[in-house]
Design a protein around this ligand. Structure first.
Ligand code: ASP
Length: 582
C-alpha cells in the first residue's frame, strides 16, 4: 500500500520509527516557525509537523495544501510537547521529511467537522463529503458491526441467509408499491417488494426451517417523519414454532447485540404487554417504559360536579409528574401550549399540584374541593410534591394525547436517558383495523397473520374482536420490529382474504400460487422483521435513520446527489412501450 500505517495507529511505542502515512488534510495551522497539519483517514487523525528551520522549502510547500487535499507523507514519529488527551494518537506527531500530493481538492462547500456549518440539503448533495465526518463514519462502522453480530448470532442459531428477488409481484404490506416496467413483457410491470413476506413463507413450505436476510424493502409512502422509500430489514422466519419460540430466539438476538455492541445488557427477559394493556397504560402500542408515569383513568371520579370539560368527556385520564408540584406558571403555560398543538390535539390541560404540605392547588379549584382532588392524586399514584396532569375528551384521542404528553414530560424532566434501554414485547394486537375511508376491514399487520386460536371462531362472525398472534419489539418507544405466527392452512387464509374484502377472482389472480402452495404440506411457521436502520439509529443515539444510511434520500424521496428520480429518454420510453400522460 501507499502507507505503512494508518492515521489512527501510531502511539508512543512507535517513536523514532520512519513511517509513511496517507490521508486528507483536515486542518492546517501556520505557526511561523512550524506548520501543523491534522491528517485524517478512516482510522483517525495524526498531527504532522513541518519545520521551517530544518526544511524551509518543504515547510513553505506545505502551506499551499488546502483542506481535503489527499497527501502522502514520509517522516519520523516523535513525542509531542503539547499532548492532546482527546486523540488516541495525541501523544505523538510526525516530523515530516517529504510529502506528495495525491489528489487536490476544491474548497469543500461545508466544513468537514462534527459540528458542520452545512445544511441538510447541501450535505445530501455532497454526501461523499458528509460521509467523511466522524459522526457519520462512526455510524456506518456501528451499522457494519451490528450487521456482523446479527449474522453471527443467527448463523450460530442455525439460520440460513437466503436471498429473495426484488423484481416481483405486489406484496400486500399496506403501502403503495414501487413498480418497474418490463421491456420483454409489453405493458406489464414488476413490483419491488415491500418485504419478502411471501417468499419467506414459501421458504418455510420448501423446508428451510430457519431463514433470515438483511434485505432492502421498498415502500412508496408519503415520507412523513423518519422514513425512507427504501430501507433495510432483518427479515426472519422459522418453522415448527409458536410465539414463545420466536420471542425467545429474537430476545436472544437483541441481548447479543446489546452485549456485543454496547456492552450493556438489559433484563434477561423482556416484559410482555398486550396491546390492550399498552393502550390503556401508555396510550400507545409503542410505549417508552424507561420511566413510569403511566396513564390512570379518572373518568368516574371527575364527572358530575358541573365542570363541562369533564362532564361532556367520554374519558378523563391523568399522568403524574413526580416532584413537579413546584412547577412555575410559565412552565405550566408552556406545557398547556404544547398539548394544544394540532399534533397533540388536546383542547386544554388541567393540572393539580399536590403540595408538599399535602393540600391541592389546581386549575379547576372552583369546581372541586381539596378532598376530591386528593382522591384523584391518590388514584393516580401521586404523592405530596407531585404534579398531576389531566386531559379529557374522546377516549381514543385523549389516550393518544396523553401518550404524547407523557413523553414530553419525561423529556422535560430528564427521564429519557439515552444510555438506558428498555425493550418490551407488545402482543395480541387486533387482527384488523377498520378503514373509515374505504369502509372495510384491513389487516393491522398483514393478511398472513394468524388469529389467536381462541379467537379463530370469530374470524368471519365478528372480525373486529379477533386478536392476532402478532408481536412487536419496542425499545425506548421506538418500534424496532414486528412479526407474527402465520396462517398455515388454505382454508383460514381464504377466509382471511374474504374478510378483507377480496373477491374470489382477486384472490386467485394475486395469490393463487400462494394458496396452491398451502396444499403441498405447509409446516406451522412464524417470524419477525426488524427495521435495521431504526435499530442502528437507536444504538447510535440519533433520532434520524438518515444518519445511519450511507446514501439516503430526502423527505421528498429524492436523491439529491444523483438528482434522482429523473426523466428518461424518449428511446427508453419507447422500448418500454410507455407514453407519458400530460
Ligand atoms: N413482513 C412483515 C413486515 O415487513 C414482518 C413480518 O411479519 O415478519 O412488517
Amino acid at each position: 500500500m501507499l502507507r505503512t500505517h494508518t492515521c489512527g495507529e501510531l502511539r508512543m511505542t512507535h517513536t523514532g520509527l520512519d513511517v509513511t502515512l496517507t490521508g486528507w488534510v483536515q486542518h492546517t495551522r501556520d505557526m511561523g516557525g512550524m506548520t501543523f497539519i491534522d491528517l485524517r483517514d478512516r482510522y483517525g487523525i495524526t498531527q504532522l509537523v513541518f519545520n521551517m528551520d530544518n526544511l524551509p522549502e518543504l515547510c513553505r510547500e506545505s502551506r499551499k495544501l488546502g483542506r481535503e487535499y489527499v497527501i502522502q507523507v514520509n517522516g519520523k514519529v516523535r513525542e509531542r510537547i503539547n499532548k492532546n488527551p482527546n486523540l488516541p494518537t495525541g501523544d505523538i506527531e510526525i516530523e515530516v521529511m517529504a510529502f506528495k500530493v495525491l489528489g487536490v481538492s476544491e474548497i469543500p462547500p461545508f466544513t468537514i467537522e462534527n459540528n458542520t456549518d452545512g445544511g441538510d440539503e447541501i450535505r445530501l448533495k455532497f454526501r461523499y463529503l458528509d460521509l467523511r465526518r466522524t459522526v457519520l463514519k462512526e455510524n456506518l462502522i456501528l451499522r457494519h458491526r451490528m450487521a456482523m453480530a446479527i449474522r453471527d448470532y443467527l448463523n450460530r442459531e442455525g439460520f440460513l441467509e437466503i436471498e429473495t428477488p426484488f423484481l416481483i409481484k405486489s406484496t400486500p404490506e399496506g403501502a403503495r408499491d414501487f413498480v418497474v416496467p418490463s421491456r420483454m413483457n409489453k405493458h406489464q410491470f414488476y413490483a419491488l417488494p415491500q418485504s419478502p413476506q411471501i417468499f419467506k413463507q414459501l421458504l418455510m413450505m420448501a423446508g428451510y426451517d430457519k431463514y433470515f436476510q438483511l434485505v432492502k424493502c421498498f415502500r412508496d409512502e408519503d415520507l412523513r417523519a423518519d422514513r425512507q422509500p427504501e430501507f433495510t430489514q432483518i427479515d426472519c422466519e422459522m418453522s415448527f414454532v409458536d410465539k414463545d419460540d420466536v420471542l425467545h430466539v429474537f430476545e436472544g438476538m437483541a441481548n447479543y447485540l446489546f452485549k456485543e455492541i454496547l456492552n450493556n445488557v438489559p433484563a434477561n427477559s423482556f416484559p410482555r404487554i398486550s396491546y390492550d394493556e399498552a393502550m390503556s397504560r401508555y396510550g400507545t402500542d409503542k410505549p417508552d417504559i424507561r420511566f413510569g408515569m403511566e396513564i390512570k383513568e379518572l373518568t368516574p371520579l371527575v364527572k358530575g360536579k358541573g365542570f363541562r370539560g369533564f362532564d361532556e368527556a367520554e374519558f378523563a385520564g391523568a399522568i403524574c409528574a413526580v416532584g413537579a408540584a413546584g412547577w412555575s406558571r410559565k412552565q405550566l403555560d408552556a406545557i398547556t401550549e404544547f398539548v394544544r398543538r394540532p399534533q397533540v390535539g388536546a383542547k386544554g390541560l388541567i393540572y393539580v399540584k399536590y403540595t408538599e404540605e399535602g393540600t391541592t392547588k389546581s386549575s379547576v379549584n372552583k369546581f372541586f374541593d381539596d378532598d376530591s382532588q386528593k382522591l384523584w392524586c391518590e388514584h393516580a399514584g401521586a404523592n405530596p410534591g407531585d404534579l398531576l396532569l389531566i386531559l379529557a375528551g374522546s377516549r381514543k384521542q385523549t389516550l393518544t394525547a396523553l401518550s404524547v404528553l407523557r413523553l414530553e414530560m419525561a423529556e422535560r424532566l430528564g427521564l429519557r436517558e439515552k444510555k438506558v434501554f428498555a425493550p418490551v414485547w407488545i402482543t395480541d394486537f387486533p387482527l384488523f383495523e377498520w378503514n373509515e375511508d374505504e369502509n372495510r376491514f384491513q389487516a393491522m399487520h398483514h393478511p398472513f397473520t394468524a388469529p389467536l386460536d381462541e379467537d379463530l371462531h370469530l374470524l368471519e362472525k365478528d372480525p373486529g374482536k379477533v386478536r392476532a398472534n402478532a408481536y412487536d419489539l419496542v425499545i425506548n418507544g421506538v418500534e424496532i420490529g414486528g412479526g407474527s405466527i402465520r396462517i398455515h392452512t388454505r382454508e383460514v387464509q381464504q377466509k382471511m382474504f374474504r374478510v378483507l374484502g377480496f373477491s374470489d377472482e382477486e384472490v386467485q389472480s394475486q395469490f393463487g400460487f400462494f394458496l396452491e402452495a398451502f396444499q403441498y404440506g405447509t409446516p406451522p411457521h412464524g417470524g419477525i422483521a426488524f427495521g435495521f436502520d431504526r435499530w442502528v439509529a437507536l444504538f447510535a443515539g440519533t433520532e434520524s435513520i438518515r444518519e445511519v444510511i450511507a446514501f439516503p434520500k430526502n423527505n421528498a424521496g429524492r436523491d439529491l446527489m444523483l438528482d434522482s428520480p429523473s426523466y428518461i429518454t424518449e428511446s427508453q420510453l419507447k422500448e418500454l412501450n410507455i407514453r407519458l400522460r400530460e
